[in-house]
Design a protein around this ligand. Structure first.
Ligand code: GLN
Length: 197
């Protein structure tokens, strides 16, 4: 049986995630309404515009449904705007994040001068050397609760990927590179193998 993975398809680059996950053998559902979470092993919240994703998530009743999904053992991975959506607090006043993971996040953390950049960083749980990470108006993690582990950081120590149980968040966009190792890690998490991370 393939893993059933959803990609939250309210806004953003959900199609790129879908393509990678399907190439790895997952059965992928584009999730536009909360009832579509039923039966999924994991959900990806893509990059895009966090204000728009949060607004639409509230409109369709996702906040409670996502908390229920996580309580029932579902895995969730947010990339970039998805990390912002998952946060418990933001340094900026908007949007109000959905509080799915105990992290404090700064939006557009890298400022205008360097609003996009690429770099190679090692990621804990990803074998085979550093990952080429693409940052686009990216957030960063400013603080993390107990039980949240930093699995990747920039050279200056800024945390850019975190994991807690079956939840993970990356400030960069693995779906925009040919390297599928982070998606493979999320599939292992969704399959209930957190020790594989
Ligand atoms: N900084 C954007 C936001 O606040 C996210 C950018 C991205 O997902 N590439 O929504």
């Amino acid at each position: 049986m393939p893993l059933n993975i959803g990609v939250l398809a309210l806004q953003g680059d959900f199609q790129e995630h879908r393509a990678v996950l399907e190439s790895l053998g997952a059965a992928v559902t584009e999730v536009r309404l909360p009832h579509q979470l039923e039966g999924l092993d994991g959900l990806v919240i893509p990059g895009g515009e966090s204000t728009t994703i949060v607004k639409l998530a509230h409109r369709w009743g996702f906040p409670d449904a996502l908390r229920h999904f996580i309580d029932e053992g579902g895995a969730v991975w947010g990339t970039c705007a998805g990390m912002i959506v998952m946060a418990s607090a933001l340094l900026e006043p908007e949007p109000e994040p959905l509080s799915l993971m105990d992290i404090t996040v700064s939006r557009n953390s890298f400022g205008r001068q360097v609003d996009s950049f690429e770099t190679d960083i090692p990621v804990k749980g990803v074998p085979g050397g550093p990952v080429h990470a693409v940052f686009i108006r990216a957030p960063s993690v400013q603080d993390q609760g107990e039980g949240v582990e930093c699995i990747a950081q920039l050279e200056d120590g800024t945390p850019v990927a975190v994991r807690s149980g079956k939840l993970m968040a990356t400030a960069f966009h693995p779906e925009l590179t040919p390297d599928t190792r982070i998606h493979e890690m999320f599939l292992r998490l969704s399959a209930g193998q957190p020790s594989a991370v």
